[in-house]
Design a binder for this molecule. Structure first.
Ligand code: PEP
Ligand code: MN
Length: 336
């Protein structure tokens, strides 16, 4: 990290700052250049708050050289992380994972029918929401604990590991048999929740917030990893833009960017990104081609009657050929 000093800085304040930096466990080295004086801050700068530096009147500008996320950082940990979900589904490295299932768990019959069909089509993880983050408090809020029970039942029936969303840490006791815990877009910066999930040793599917930058997504992953839980899968699910033709805008360029910045697996959710079933297949294929580590796709046996996200749900009949097309693309997908 480089802090550029103002012209003729107060020498006592410079000494004070150097002492503070040393207390923070980093070394501040004063360098007198031709045009300006800078302090090069050397060591583990993750604990140095940039705002603290900006608040000093002897400092004109601060530039970070090292990423503030050191556990998620590719430069520090060059090898791809491979996350194993439920002992069977691997995500990352050379492993592509296909998650599929309904937006919301609605009934035993609905979930088991969908689970059997997506498994037959090649899905490796079953998705389904039990706790639903809905914009309206009057909309269906999910089957909650009964929904989790049905997911566990579907897992026993099909052998597919399950992923479902947690909205509050008080729900954690219900998640004992959940193989991968999802943090939804709206909770990406619920730092207390992230810290608690960091204490677990179970995979976390971290979805990108609607208005979050990729570095903010990585800092949220860092929250989980800082607690010792290194099994984090990142998910791009579309961001808010000015475009209204789709529910969100799928930021596919996140894949090469994240692949460069982090060793964590990156998966794509084309369902929430587009909001329309007709656009799911083309974007799912594009995600596979660009080298994503997996997909999470909403599938419903009767989209017209789905309690949530019917318009973006594929039927099992549409998911099956898509899964085949994805498998066909993978051998020639871009590799990082
Ligand atoms: C979901 O996956 O069901 C969901 C609500 O996703 P997101 O948090 O991306 O909106
Ligand atoms: Mn949904």
């Amino acid at each position: 990290m480089i802090a550029k000093l103002v012209k003729n800085p107060n020498a006592a304040k410079v000494d004070e700052l150097l002492a503070r930096l040393s207390e923070m466990g980093v070394k501040g080295q004063l360098i007198q250049g031709g045009a300006a004086m800078v302090i090069a801050i050397i060591g583990d700068t993750t604990k140095v708050d940039q705002d603290f530096l900006h608040a000093q009147d002897i400092i004109e500008d601060v530039t970070r050289i090292q990423e503030p996320y050191k556990l998620a950082c590719r430069k520090i940990h060059p090898t791809d992380t491979v996350v194993t979900v439920g002992g069977t589904a691997k995500i990352g490295g050379d492993n592509f994972a296909m998650s599929a299932g309904p937006c919301s768990v609605e009934s035993r019959e609905q979930l088991c029918t969908i689970a059997e069909s997506v498994k037959a089509s090649g899905a490796t993880v079953l998705r389904g929401g039990a706790f639903k983050p809905r914009t309206s408090p009057y909309a269906f809020q999910g089957m909650r604990d009964a929904g989790i029970d049905l997911l566990v039942e579907a897992k026993r029936q099909t052998g597919l590991p399950i992923v479902t969303e947690i909205m509050d840490i008080s729900q954690l006791p219900l998640f004992d048999e959940v193989d991968m815990i999802q943090v939804g877009a709206r909770n990406m910066q619920n730092f207390e929740l992230l810290k608690e999930l960091g204490r677990l040793r179970r995979p976390i599917l971290l979805k990108r917030g609607l208005c979050a930058t990729l570095d903010e997504l990585l800092m949220s992953a860092e929250y989980i990893m800082a607690g010792g839980n290194t099994q984090v899968v990142l998910c791009e699910r579309g961001i808010r833009t000015f475009e209204t033709a789709t529910r969100n805008t799928l930021d596919l360029s996140c894949v090469p960017v994240l692949k460069q910045r982090t060793h964590l697996p990156v998966i794509i959710d084309p369902s929430h990104a587009t909001g329309k079933s007709a656009y799911v297949a083309p974007l799912a294929l594009a995600a596979a081609a660009i080298g994503a580590d997996g997909l999470i796709i909403e599938v419903h046996n009767n989209p017209a009657c789905a309690v949530c996200d019917g318009p973006q749900s594929l039927t099992p009949a549409a998911f099956d050929p898509l899964a085949g097309q994805i498998r066909a693309i993978l051998p020639s997908a871009y590799r990082y």
